[in-house]
Design a protein around this ligand. Sequence first.
Ligand code: AMP
Ligand code: MG
Ligand code: MG
Length: 397
Amino acid sequence: MVICRELLLARRLLGHSFNSARFGYSGLRFQSSVVAAECKISSSDAADSARKTPGDFLPEDGRVGDLVVGEILREASQEQREIKENARSSSSKKYGEVSIDQKAVEQAFDYFVVIDFEATCDSTVFFPQEIIEFPSVLVAVHSLSVEDSFQTYVKPTFNPQLTDFCKRLTGIEQTQVDNGMALAEALVKHDKWLEDKGVKSKRFGVITWTDWDCKVMLDFECRLKGLTKPSYFNKWINLKSCFQEKFGDKFNLKKAVQHAGLQWQGREHCGLDDAKNTASLAMELVKRGMQIGFTQHQSSRKPAITNISSEFMPKLKKILEALPRSSDIDETSITVGADNLCYCGVKCKTRLVRKAGPNQGKFFLSCGNWTLTEGGKCTYFEWMNPPEQHSPSPAKS
Ligand code: AMP
Ligand code: MG
Ligand code: MG
């Protein structure tokens, strides 16, 4: 089954009348409100999802100001402690009840697609954040090996100049983003890469560390710019949740990697290195007998973001008007593999709207466990273009 979707660029927002009264432009409040409200973060996962909003980096947690120096120093001493602890725990078999390679657990996926976005930022309030590095690491689950990786830099449109803080944090240079592509193009290139690797006709799941990458960053930017993201970004595996389930501890990525007895590779906050380390950790969890499954999903039907303050509008409008249109992009179709899964993890069912109304005759994807008598077991829903062979003649209700 192939679904073709137009990657329509950034026109939807302009059609809306913006509600200027709702948000005064007040830096942090504005950013946090938009991200938190738009993403409907539940209290249970708010900590993860909201961790990258500027609120996290305000003085009350003592992390701003000399953040970089302070963090590096803290991390260095913490690292030394952890290396010692790791050495102790591996010799005393702290996690001895799970012996590596012994448990062969049936896995739900053939591939993991491990993502770790880097975005524009500063040590204080920063809005709107935009993705600047789009890396992806492909893990073949049957052989527990990294099969390939993808990386591209993305050009931010709202704040094209990276802050010194951002460059220091991510190691990304100004020229790399200047020569980067638009997010719409990066999404298409990445999708094509998955297609070429044969991943999309197999069972695959996107893995991220925390929910921020899919739930907050990608979702927010796509809705702000009017982009349609491939549906496989609407459900994902938050490896941090899996790690906590296995080890019962909360760590940042680097510490989690080390806690699992692995060596951290590369540079922290380099998207590709973060993704590679996340991939190693995922493979380690599988080796330790964990069955990895989706941990989160979100609706693909959320509206464009329109709660933008009037002060911000002129700049926004100008930027959106200058964005490339879909015709500027080579590849405009997104294909979804035959194994497009619903939230239950089974292949979706294609259904047709029979009821009279504006959607009559349209096809959509729904829960694979859907039955006439009981309906769907999960709430998965996705419009699809009608397949050629089923020309959508108005159905009788
Ligand atoms: P990460 O995947 O942890 O490297 O973080 C992803 C993005 O979150 C970064 O590219 C930044 O935009 C933001 N971020 C992470 N850590 C910080 C920090 N300490 N201060 C400000 N922004 C951060
Ligand atoms: Mg990350
Ligand atoms: Mg990162």
